[in-house]
Ligand binder design. Structure first.
Ligand code: TRP
Length: 333
């Protein structure tokens, strides 16, 4: 039986943090055993909002993928690609752009939120508007049926399904409608209690050295109603407690109880977390030594993966061109 295909991607934001691990990466690492997975660096997607300064792009790609590999994303099992190294993504994006009504894109709640956050209202770029069309191309160019993503990406997968449906209705059954794969992830936040994100500088990187893990953890916000060490706390509302659970501290139940009774102060609680987190980060990245500080090695993996993925993408484009009657022949270089 042919294995189902999975595609997922991430914009190259550089070093990965704990939020990426629980939200997405943990899922990828499990799925690679059951499915044929293609994981992509969405460098063109990064350009939709960050086109002004592109000097860090390449470094961010290598830093991000070094983390993927360190955690056990296995290049023997999956294909790791860079979107822009497989130009068929762009060709399919162009063809999809013909059949995608602008209204679908203007209604996209992710875009609306971004425009609000960025104060962009009128100045949305053509490429930015087409963000979900490019995502549809990423997924459908491999005819992937499952797409493991964070909840925030679900509206984009919905548009992908609509584009697939529309294409099939117009030109015949070429694509399957892919499904989003969501997993429950522990609700951990950044050290300041907001969503963990590099842009908010509240993240804990997966590759952070132990001393800095300690510093970051000791700076974490706790239950705001627990001011003095012996005040009774509310672990269910405390991000530090969420972390204890997320990293699998076996003393979590005791910690909750002692916190509620006012027997455990936040400083001691955080010190214990820092120790556990250091161990946790070491345990989840067993291959770090193999990849850290070897950008050329990482780059080769991406080039090789892209080369192999391109063969699959070209097969799809062949089919697409035939279905659309724009298959006039092959021009060889
Ligand atoms: N938009 C996704 C994100 O920001 C990244 C992405 C690009 C992606 N192409 C994709 C995810 C295709 C899944 C499938 O996280």
């Amino acid at each position: 039986m042919k294995k189902e295909r999975i595609f997922s991607g991430m914009r190259p934001t550089g070093k990965m943090h704990v939020g990426h691990y629980f939200g997405v990466l943990r899922n990828w690492i499990q799925l690679q055993h059951e499915y044929f997975c293609i994981f992509g660096v969405a460098d063109w997607h990064a350009l939709t909002t960050s086109f002004e300064d592109t000097t860090e792009l390449e470094r961010n790609i290598i830093d991000m993928v070094t983390d993927w590999l360190s955690l056990g994303v296995d290049p023997e099992k999956c294909l790791l690609i860079i979107q822009s190294l497989v130009p068929e993504h762009a060709e399919l994006h162009l063809l999809f752009s013909m059949i995608t009504p602008v209204g679908w894109l203007e209604r996209n709640p992710v875009l609306k939120q971004q425009l609000q956050d960025m104060g962009l209202k009128e100045a949305v770029g053509y490429g930015h508007l087409g963000y979900p069309v490019l995502m549809a191309a990423d997924i459908l160019v491999y005819n992937a049926t499952k797409v493991p993503v964070g909840e925030d990406q679900v509206p984009h997968i919905e548009i992908t399904r609509e584009i697939a449906r529309r294409f099939n209705a117009l030109y015949g059954p070429v694509f399957q409608e892919p499904q989003a794969l969501l997993t429950e992830s522990p609700r951990i936040l950044g050290i300041d209690g907001r969503k963990m994100s590099k842009s908010l500088k509240n993240q804990i990187d997966l590759s952070l050295p132990p001393e800095e893990v300690h510093q970051r953890v000791m700076a974490m916000f706790t239950d705001p109603e627990k001011i003095h060490k012996n005040d009774p706390g509310h672990p269910e509302r405390c991000n530090v407690f969420a972390f204890h659970q997320a990293v699998g501290n076996k003393r979590s139940a005791e910690i909750a109880e002692d916190c509620r009774k006012g027997l455990l102060g936040c400083v001691a609680c955080k010190r214990e977390l820092a120790d556990h987190l250091v161990e946790f980060l070491k345990d989840i990245a067993p291959y770090r030594k193999q990849y850290e500080g070897k950008p050329e090695f990482v780059r080769e993996i991406l080039i090789e993966g892209s080369k192999r993925a391109r063969i699959l993408a070209q097969e799809t484009l062949e089919e697409v061109r035939r279905a659309m009657h724009i298959h006039y022949g092959v021009v060889r270089r």
